[in-house]
Design a protein around this ligand. Structure first.
Ligand SMILES: [Zn+2]
Length: 255
């Protein structure tokens, strides 16, 4: 494989706050579309530590369940929160959650506070740092599976749920139904074997400038590069299956 990844070392920054054993919750929200055959749209109101308590009343921010499902399988940058229409900027979301899998039993999010301020409570009025949420992997899977089961089983309501927001691409609900039927939640390789890795120091000395220390990754199943979240957006930048936040493709509904 000719793909390249690049990792900067140094420059360690501590989170504004680190929370452990975090659980993800939700409330279902529905909107009925009246037509010849009425149907409902289903959304997931986010519940997690430090979420703003009035998120459902004052914003259009919801869980982006397809992104949450993918974050179980691969670390990277994800729109775990999104506008109901799929355009995060509408709801004031300008950052991705950087998801790491530092070991087999742990999932970690790093959320920059400025980029997610619209979704967070008001305890960091001027902060520009980030929040670290640490999950036990078993809990993480159970919580996301619960969202999936709730969304999929809503198809039996009356009128039936036929859409999920954010409905990017127009087939999010079908995608989630297929995901619910698939029991494979195993971790997937981030990079193929032989991917070219480069490093560079963040120190300013001229001798440290530029990328160096080239190595070929020995195995395909490389999850974290350094056992923590320090790779941040690099995985998102380099992995074709991880979409960057971009102002395109929204086909859902928002105010
Ligand atoms: Zn929107």
């Amino acid at each position: 494989m000719n793909a390249e990844i690049s990792v900067s070392n140094g420059g360690h920054v501590a989170p504004m706050e680190e929370l452990r054993d975090v659980r993800l919750g939700f409330r279902l929200a529905f909107e009925t579309t009246f037509s010849d055959s009425p149907y409902q749209i289903v959304r997931l109101i986010p519940e997690f530590p430090r979420v703003r308590p009035d998120i459902a009343e004052t914003t259009d921010i919801v869980w982006d369940l397809p992104q949450l499902c993918e974050s179980i399988r691969r670390p990277g940058g994800y729109d775990v929160l999104n506008c109901t229409c799929g355009l995060g900027d509408h709801a004031g979301l300008t950052g991705l959650a950087f998801v790491a899998h530092p070991d087999d039993a742990t999932v970690v999010w790093e959320i920059d506070i400025a980029g997610h301020r619209a979704a967070l409570d008001a305890r960091w009025p001027e902060a520009s740092g980030f929040l670290r949420l640490v999950f036990r992997r078993d809990d993480y899977e159970v919580d996301i599976r619960a969202m999936l089961d709730a969304v999929v089983s809503a198809s039996s309501l009356e009128p039936p749920v036929e859409e999920y927001d954010p409905n990017r691409g127009g087939d999010a609900y079908e995608l989630l139904q297929a995901r619910a039927a698939d029991n494979d939640w195993s971790r997937q390789p981030v990079f193929d074997s032989g991917t070219l890795a480069r490093t560079r120091s963040l120190r300013r000395e001229p001798a440290d400038a530029g990328w160096q220390a080239v190595a070929r990754l020995p195995a395909p199943a490389l999850y974290p590069l350094d056992g923590a979240c320090r790779i941040r957006g690099l995985v998102g930048l380099s992995s074709p299956w991880i979409r960057r936040r971009q102002p395109a493709g929204g086909t859902g509904h928002c105010k």
